[in-house]
Design a protein around this ligand. Structure first.
Ligand code: NAD
Ligand code: TYD
Length: 339
């Protein structure tokens, strides 16, 4: 079976490819990535000599390129990770979020309709539900929670979700969607909270916490997200949405303090800065559906996962430095052009 993984040079996509090679070594992985600022070929280095892996540099919104690839490869499953993903960037420049997250999704699904597919899986986010209040800890997002987005990022992801469900209802496309909470782990681009704070703390730079640091995120170790996607795309019911999260809620301030403690750095590095506009207060997932139907449970506790993640960044300072210096973007030309 050939699985087309879009956005596989990014954080979760590259972890997912590693997961698939480990757990389903018989399946072939075809990775498509446009290599935007968030795409890093170094993340794919372990697979480049693997005969059951192929990388193609392409934009999912480029209809011609995507159709040509489907014509050639006829993938059995498509898993769409490719997206613009940073809320702060979407506040500054929403347009590319609409192009990739909405139009790109549509192009992929049109290709699936044209060439046939066993399953189209959309990797979505809990941010489509908006936020929860801080003072009602018993409230969680279920699959029935109304979509109520805050940022251009979450609005573009919610629009894509609606289009995915419309392609199922209108055209009978065999789709599924997972909506996951915040991920952390190896290979996360250092613009997101956890890797940003690790990389700055290592250099004794100030750690910019938005607002009061009271906002709550429900953190999931990336491998647990990968196992959930794998289960849903293979065994989940067609046309269904599954929430993914592990009851690991922490305030941003708690997360930052944990990182400082693990790195033996002083809390005086914390600096409270102007809040993000429209900043969502709390995300929290109820994973009862995926647990009940598919038996999924997260395996990694936050305290273990954050330690493993910090260890990975300490062991891979070069990876971090090449991103900060911008050198990672030359990697494709140097290592893989013409392959
Ligand atoms: P990321 O920003 O690390 O990676 C995104 C990847 O997509 C990059 O490799 C980039 O080059 C590629 N890409 C961007 N635009 C493209 C285009 N037009 N065509 C082809 N490739 C393109 O993102 P991530 O954190 O790995 O997130 C992956 C997916 O998971 C996204 O859809 C995101 O919405 C979703 N998600 C992320 C989280 C999280 O905490 N990171 C949580 C829930 C859901
Ligand atoms: P982020 O990693 O951008 O993920 P998301 O906004 O998709 O949840 O941010 C996680 C939380 O950390 C969010 O509440 C915003 C906050 N944050 C900071 O306080 N400082 C920062 O420098 C960043 C990037 C995020």
């Amino acid at each position: 079976m050939t699985i087309l993984v879009t956005g596989g040079a990014g954080f979760i996509g590259s972890n997912f490819i590693a997961y698939e090679r480990r757990v389903h070594p018989e399946d072939r992985i075809l990775c498509v990535d446009a290599l935007t600022y968030a795409g890093n070929m170094e993340n794919l280095a372990p697979f480049m000599d693997d005969p059951l892996f192929r990388f193609v540099k392409a934009d999912i919104a480029d209809r011609q390129a995507i159709y040509a690839l489907f014509e050639e490869e006829k993938p059995d499953i498509v898993v769409n990770f490719a997206a613009e993903t940073h809320v702060d960037r979407s506040v500054h420049d929403p347009e590319v979020f609409l192009r990739t997250n909405m139009m790109g999704t549509q192009v992929l699904m049109d290709a699936c309709r044209k060439y046939g597919i066993q399953r189209y899986h959309q990797v979505s986010t809990d941010e489509v539900y908006g936020d929860l209040p801080l003072d009602e800890p018993d409230l969680f997002f279920t699959e029935e929670t109304p979509l109520h987005t805050s940022s251009p990022y979450s609005a573009s992801k919610a629009s894509a979700d609606l289009m995915v469900l419309a392609y199922h209802r209108t055209f009978g496309l065999p789709v599924s969607i997972t909506r996951c909470s915040n991920n952390y782990g190896p290979y996360q681009f250092p613009e997101k909270l956890i890797p940003l704070m690790i990389s700055r703390a290592l250099k004794d730079q100030t750690l910019p916490v938005y607002g009061t640091g009271e906002n709550v995120r429900d953190w999931l170790f990336v491998d647990d997200h990968c196992s959930a996607i794998d289960l849903v795309m293979r065994k989940g019911r067609v046309g269904e949405v599954y929430n993914v999260g592990g009851h690991n809620e922490r305030t941003n301030l708690e997360v930052v303090k944990t990182i400082l403690r693990e790195l033996n750095k002083p809390e005086s590095l914390i600096t409270f800065v102007t809040d993000r506009p429209g900043h969502d207060r709390r995300y929290a997932i109820d994973p009862a559906k995926i647990h009940g139907e598919l038996g999924w449970l997260p395996e990694t506790k936050f305290d273990d996962g954050i330690r493993a993640t910090i260890r990975w960044y300490l062991d891979n300072v070069g990876w971090l430095e090449r991103i900060i210096a911008g050198e990672y973007q030359d990697y494709y030309e140097k290592m893989y052009a013409g392959r």
